[in-house]
Design a protein. Sequence first.
Length: 140
Amino acid sequence: MPETAPPAERVASCECGALSLHVTGDPVHVHGCTCTRCQRSTGSVMKLSAWFAETGVRIDGPFTTWTYSTPEDPTRTACFCPTCGGGRFFRSGDYLRGTIGIAVGGFADPAFPAPDHIHWWPDRPHWLGHPLGPTLLEGN
Ligand SMILES: [Zn+2]
Ligand SMILES: [Zn+2]
């Protein structure tokens, strides 16, 4: 097997462990966003999301849902563990239809594929330096 082949299965889980997402194959897309909304949503400097084909995702455990609108995706449904609030994933709506977006931090995997690009780079915290690799975008 070549070194670049994805592992047979990756598992993302919430902090308390009640909710986990089992995925097969590599993500179809990975990107970061440093907009102020994503800073609020994550409580951190960047939201990092990976989209997987819905057919390759198995959800194991309870979750709470929240449906909301963003300019690029008017019908997005976010899901997260009702106990600890972690394990966030979302049904993508109009952006990459047929996929499920998963918060990359849940994989806690230093070898996870890097983001293709990072949106809203000018909104990042002033001390956050330029990462190597991803294209840095001024907006969406
Ligand atoms: Zn939890
Ligand atoms: Zn954002």
